[in-house]
Design a protein around this ligand. Structure first.
Ligand code: FES
Ligand SMILES: [Fe+2]
Length: 440
């Protein structure tokens, strides 16, 4: 679709339904966005030993994240240069000293270089085949960069560096790692994988939608709040465990309170939602953690670290990070109406075990496929996609508080005071979309 056709689909405060439902637009998005920009592949601790690999999807491309013998992490296309077979059929594993294709046993080094072809001399003598040709190596991602253990790849040769691309949103990784007494996090080595029957942008637009939690998740929050009150009544100190609060907050933080939060929207479509539900609890587990942190960093730095006021960071086009609770969700579009999310969580290195338990509780209670919170959202995503596929209307509205955003000269857009439920993040994402797609 050409520039002028695409530009008719996106206005600053509304978007045509085809943006979500047209398979041809989806193909263009994959080429111009997902297969061009920096995409999160995985964390270095997913592949700790030489030969460890993890497969991952970047746009339409099946890729392999692998640790080499030299300790470096490589990102390769999952495709054998011989006849095109995928090199790794499993999701993860250890490939030993080399990759060995299951079809005709060509072997490759961890960085993709060809190692050996069985019966090479007798089979190819006199043909135009040249064993030293780069075409006989497993193709590598054009660029790979890692920040504090988080590995990204870009399939485009040119473009901003990872740091330039992330900009101020890099705080997602700093905030997560700084909260560890050792300054590093470690992945918990498995993730939930959920396939959503909806377009990938519907998930991203939901992430910083401060308007929806107290509506969509109200029933879940209310039920949890009832149980929390019952437990608190019986408890010696009159308090239920903190994990109940993770769910009850969906009922107690009412729609008007969400307006006190703020979104800060950056170029490239990234966005930060400030305000943190739990702020600074004073329970014994937190106090014990504070002690370890003060020992590691000194009081001044400790106060700076735990004072970072972030609820959620969205890294367009495929990552949603809740750094104070060490949660990360990666979005992998599979088709115009089919989206995979990988739901990960991390352990703060050097932190006491109860702090990890808290992260696990949030993971299970709020982000896992088993929780009602996730189910509430998934139902809406599917219903949105189905509604958008109908003839019941042509536009999606992002008009809430439009015209009231505060825009700086550098292009950063903040929601105005007491307007945290502004649809500024969705407008910002569509602005980035239009720019990547060449519609603006
Ligand atoms: S397809 Fe891989 S060795 Fe033949
Ligand atoms: Fe939600």
């Amino acid at each position: 679709m050409g520039h002028s056709e695409l530009s008719k689909l996106v206005e600053p405060d509304r978007v045509r339904k085809e943006v979500y439902t047209d398979p041809a637009i989806f193909e263009q998005e994959m080429a111009r966005i997902h297969e061009s920009v920096w995409i999160y592949c995985g964390h270095e601790t997913q592949v700790p030993k030489a030969g460890d690999y993890y497969t991952v999807q970047i746009g339409r491309q099946p890729m392999i994240l692998v640790r080499g013998k030299d300790g470096k992490v490589h990102v390769l296309y999952n495709r054998c240069p011989h006849r095109g077979n995928m090199i790794c059929g499993d999701r993860k594993g250890n490939t030993g000293d080399q990759f060995r294709c299951s079809y005709h046993a060509w072997t490759f080094h961890h960085d993709g270089r060809l190692k050996n072809i069985p019966m090479m001399e007798s089979g190819y003598a006199g043909t135009r085949f040249n064993k030293d040709s780069p075409e006989l190596c497993v193709k590598r991602a054009a660029r790979v960069e890692s920040y504090r253990g988080f590995v990204f790849a870009s399939l485009a040769k040119d473009g901003p560096t990872l740091k330039e691309f992330l900009g101020p949103s890099i705080v997602a990784f700093d905030d997560m790692c700084d909260r560890a007494p050792e300054g590093e996090v470690e992945v918990v080595p498995n993730c939930f994988r959920v396939i959503q029957h909806s377009n990938w942008k519907i998930f991203l637009e939901n992430q910083l939608d401060a308007l929806h939690p107290s509506v969509t998740h109200q029933s879940t929050g209310r039920a949890a709040h009832e149980v929390e009150k019952m437990i608190a009544k019986k408890a010696k100190k009159g308090e239920a465990p903190l994990s109940y609060h993770m769910l009850s907050a969906f009922a107690t933080v009412t729609i008007d309170k969400w307006d006190n939060f703020q979104t800060i929207n950056y170029p490239h479509g990234h966005c930060i939602l400030t305000g943190y539900m739990g702020l600074r609890p004073q329970d014994p587990d937190t106090l014990a953690y504070d002690k370890v942190m003060i020992k590691a960093y000194g009081r001044k730095r400790f106060e700076e670290i735990v004072g970072v006021n972030i609820h959620h960071v969205l890294l367009y086009p495929g990552l949603s990070v809740q750094s104070p609770l060490q949660q990360l969700r990666a979005v992998r579009p599979l088709g115009v109406d089919k989206t995979l999310t990988e739901i990960w969580h991390f352990r703060l290195k050097g932190a006491p075990e109860p702090i990890y338990r808290r992260s696990l509780a949030y993971y299970n209670l709020v982000n896992s496929p088993a929780t009602l919170v996730n189910a509430d959202d998934l139902e809406n995503f599917w219903k949105c996609h189905t509604g958008l596929s109908s003839d019941g209307g042509d536009w999606v509205s992002f008009a809430r508080h439009y015209g009231r955003d505060l825009e700086s000269a550098s292009g950063v857009v903040e929601s105005a005071p007491s307007m945290g439920t502004s649809e500024a993040p969705m407008r910002n994402q569509m602005k980035a979309w239009a720019r990547y797609m060449g519609a603006r």
